[in-house]
Design a protein around this ligand. Structure first.
Ligand SMILES: NC(=O)c1ccc[n+]([C@@H]2O[C@H](COP(=O)([O-])OP(=O)(O)OC[C@H]3O[C@@H](n4cnc5c(N)ncnc54)[C@H](OP(=O)(O)O)[C@@H]3O)[C@@H](O)[C@H]2O)c1
Length: 257
């Protein structure tokens, strides 16, 4: 059930990309439960509508909007439509990402390389800029959260280009936290480990890779999208009012040692 205006995100409008499934959908449901009005974005409306229906049936408010986050015009239109629908945006969750090349770094073609950067870096930065300028114009505080990955914090064999983009997201988060702090805008990131989603199917469905990763986690399991959602709610709520520039690792201890 929706916690309405009294939830931990009560009164806030939250825009979440990649909200049609996986981690983004779990974050959207959790934010709506905590009282946020949520704008759900991804390329295909169909999946978004399903998540929006789940949220409204539970008493929340959700608006699905189709958007390819790699395209500047589409990003601007998304932000404009969200503001038209709810009057403002208070929280942005950059979550939609792509990883078209699974293999040694040297074998990547430029098409896959550019697509990875277009979505995972330009997409995140472009939306962050639009929302930060909107917050500044309103002289309103806000929270921007970007879903990076543990692959951005360590060597990422077979996922090297993806890892480069996730490291860029961490760099962007830290710099923007410094540059936007005086506007009251907090900027943080999440670094999930292996989470059971369509995106990670190449890893989770490969028994050898899955077991190797699980063996390195302290908790001895692969994560589920809901394992990530609580941290997103916390970092975007006023409970995290003194937290900015932080990268929160959610990996069951995989990267501990
Ligand atoms: N799963 C993991 O193990 C893991 C680990 C660390 C980090 N992450 C990160 O977590 C985030 C979410 O991944 P996930 O595992 O939840 O993936 P997922 O279940 O495959 O969901 C990806 C979402 O992104 C959307 N999307 C993809 N390309 C898009 C684009 N160009 N423009 C707009 N939306 C787009 C998809 O919807 P459409 O197809 O409708 O566009 C979908 O809603 C990503 O940033 C990923 O890097 C995942």
């Amino acid at each position: 059930m929706s916690a309405g205006a009294e939830g931990r995100l009560g009164g806030k409008v939250s825009l979440i990309t990649g909200a049609s499934r996986g981690i983004g959908a779990a974050i959207a449901r959790a934010m709506a439960r905590e009282g946020a009005q949520v704008v759900l974005a991804s390329r295909k409306l169909e999946g978004l509508r399903e998540v929006a229906d789940q949220i409204t049936e539970a008493g929340g408010t959700a608006e699905p909007i189709a958007c390819h986050i790699g395209h500047d015009e589409a990003r601007r239109a998304l932000v404009a439509q969200a503001i038209e629908r709810f009057g403002r945006i208070d929280v942005l969750v950059n979550n939609a990402a792509t990883n078209p090349h699974f293999g040694p770094m040297l074998s990547v073609d430029w098409g896959a390389f550019r697509k990875t950067f277009e979505v995972n870096v330009e997409g995140y930065f472009g939306l962050t800029r639009e929302v930060a300028l909107h917050l500044r114009a309103r002289k309103a505080p806000g929270s921007i959260l970007s879903v990076s990955s543990v692959m951005g914090t360590m060597a990422a064999p077979l996922q090297g280009v993806y890892g480069m983009t996730k490291a860029a997201v961490i760099s962007m988060t830290r710099t923007l936290a410094m540059e936007l702090g005086s506007d009251g805008i907090r900027v943080n990131a999440l670094a999930p480990g292996l989470i059971e989603t369509k995106f990670a199917a190449a890893l989770t469905s490969n028994e050898a890779i899955r077991e190797r990763i699980v063996a390195r986690t302290a908790l001895g399991r692969v994560g589920v999208p809901e394992d990530v959602a609580g941290a997103a709610v916390f970092l975007c709520s006023d409970e995290a009012s003194y937290v900015t520039g932080h990268v929160l690792t959610i990996d069951a201890g995989w990267t501990l040692g």
